[in-house]
Design a protein around this ligand. Sequence first.
Ligand code: HPA
Length: 277
Amino acid sequence: MIMDINQYVSQVKETASWILAHTSLRPKIGIVLGTGLGHLAEEIEVVDAFPYNDIPNFPISTVEGHSGRLLFGHLGGKDVMALEGRFHYYEGYTMQQVTFPERVMAELGMKYFFVSNAAGGTNADFRIGDLMLITDHINMMPEHPLHGPNYPGGDRFPDMSEAYDKHLLDLARQIAAEKNVRVVEGTYLGTQGPTFETPKEYHMFHILGGDAVGMSTVPEVIVARHAGMKVFGISVITDLGVEGKIVEVSHEEVQKAANAVQPIMADIFREVIRRID
Ligand code: HPA
């Protein structure tokens, strides 16, 4: 169901005004923390924190491992806004609800969008616990986040030739090399979930060009690009959808695997943020 665009825009503006009235920070960097990746939140010197249910018009997140708070604080010498917990399409939200926070970010003047997620690796070179710099994505979600009347300000037919900013990727490569941490790179394929993939589905997604598959991120990135933000993303490879390496996977295991490497991911995020002009 698509909500009337004018009503949706009013809600975004109302939420942004409420936030502006409740924090004195004016960040240019917005962050979304994925499953089991809340650790970065602990590295943020938090100035203001708002539970989602205190924020007008904000959807409420339902999944375990997503605490649902909007944070304002300092990270890497910059002001940041961070979402601890996201909204997934599989939870039953509309795409407009899923991407509501990114619309609010844009309304608040964010120029950069940093996103993290847990994903299953379909690339045979990947290992559990790898950090994958997202270089591109494939949208396999059943509904497009820009379906319907065009949101004011963005192109009707947005360019996606560089969805993930090359300069930010270069910074991340440099940082990983300096810190001597292993990172891999690849394409994130976004699917609706909530089932994990069958072996043949992992295989199909790999043939299609996906190196990792997950249930989020793509709609958020599309909206962030539509709104003109520069995007940087990391997937934590929490399980492998590679023939011969496929084992049973559960949400708990995904969280555990994500948990183990999140300090390294947090380091990369913080240092990329520090080096943004
Ligand atoms: N598939 C889809 N989503 C996921 C996976 C996966 O294997 N792992 C973590 N999120």
